[in-house]
Design a protein around this ligand. Structure first.
Ligand SMILES: Nc1ncnc2c1ncn2[C@@H]1O[C@H](COP(=O)(O)OP(=O)(O)OP(=O)(O)O)[C@@H](O)[C@H]1O
Length: 307
């Protein structure tokens, strides 16, 4: 890694000067961020290479946004290093960055067109509004719906053709159709070589990423492809005519039972305690061991850490 921490001396490299196909566009190496005695990010390493979509997952407060702010150069690591295009993040490196923060970062008292014009002037290039935003061009951003606001923030983030796109929960509060469209656009970007780092709470979105990094309480707790993360973890599916009674009995026994439709499932639990709880409640059922889903694996990792 050729970077310095954001507080370090300047690099002789220009943004992207050494960025070959496999060199990271953004990178954190053993990054730590403390707020007083509280450690929000605890020795986390992560990178995003051209053309890949990396999903950053974790419950509220896991440290995702704090890590992103360090990668962007908006917050200085307490220790460790962060780099963008092989050098310390700066105003210069941010020219090749598209960033949609959780709060969207739009000027609400300016019109849609004024927002895009302002961004185009700042970056020295821009793109015309897409057809879906054109009818709202002269409306104040504060007066259009959240879905259109998100589309606008995404359009602005892509207008200067960034080499890295960082999206902090880009689809929260967005309807399923708009979410699917946004993900189409994310894939299109990645196929053209842009690296994408995206935080999300939605497992269906996590499954669209090439690699995943899961954070919990500031730490990176697992990373890899969906298959790497699930590994050989299994879940038990309970086949019974009375799924509601089975659910209640397993829940009362303190087992980690969930419902997928009407299918009763228990992740990371051997069949024996399930049989015992069902027998005790007088419920006849067949138990099948099946591969765990990504969500079940994530939940079980998180539960193990918290206990
Ligand atoms: N400036 C700050 N001062 C003190 N604590 C902070 C500060 N910024 C973040 N934190 C704390 O650091 C922890 C991580 O916050 P962060 O926003 O990075 O989590 P997150 O994973 O992005 O969560 P969410 O999904 O809710 O956005 C939280 O406990 C938060 O309260």
């Amino acid at each position: 890694m050729t970077s310095q921490t954001t507080s370090g001396s300047t690099s002789s490299q220009r943004p992207g000067a050494g960025a070959g196909p496999d060199l990271p566009l953004v990178e954190a190496l053993d990054a730590v961020k403390k707020f007083g005695d509280f450690t929000a990010v605890d020795h986390v390493s992560l990178d995003v290479k051209p053309g890949e979509i990396v999903g950053l997952l974790g419950a509220n407060g896991a440290g995702k946004t704090t890590l992103i702010k360090m990668l962007l150069g908006l917050s200085v690591p307490t220790s460790g290093a962060v780099a963008m295009f092989g050098q310390a993040p700066s105003r210069d490196t941010r020219r090749d960055l598209g960033y949609v923060p959780q709060g969207l970062g739009l000027w609400e008292d300016m019109t849609v067109k004024e927002n895009t014009d302002f961004a185009a002037a700042s970056f020295g290039k821009g793109k015309p509004l897409p057809a879906s935003l054109e009818p709202s061009a002269n409306r104040l951003v504060g007066e259009i719906g959240l879905g259109l606001q998100r589309q606008l923030a995404f359009h602005i983030a892509l207008s200067h053709e960034p080499r890295i796109l960082i999206l902090d929960e880009p689809t929260s509060g967005v309807d399923p159709l708009s979410r699917a469209r946004l993900w189409d656009a994310v894939h299109e970007q990645a196929e053209s070589g842009t690296g994408v780092l995206v935080t999300t709470h939605y497992m269906q979105e996590a499954q669209q990423c090439d690699r995943l990094v899961l954070m919990s309480a500031g730490k990176k707790v697992t990373a890899g492809t969906e298959a790497d993360i699930i590994g050989d973890t299994t879940a038990c599916e309970v086949d019974t005519t009375d799924w509601a009674a089975a659910f209640d009995a397993l829940d009362a026994a303190g087992l980690p039972v969930t419902l997928a439709g009407r299918t009763v499932r228990l992740a990371d639990t051997p069949p024996q305690p399930i049989h015992q709880a069902l027998d005790a409640a007088g419920i006849t059922a067949t138990i099948r061991q099946v591969p765990a889903t990504l969500e079940e694996k994530m939940t079980s990792i998180d539960r193990a850490i918290r206990h």
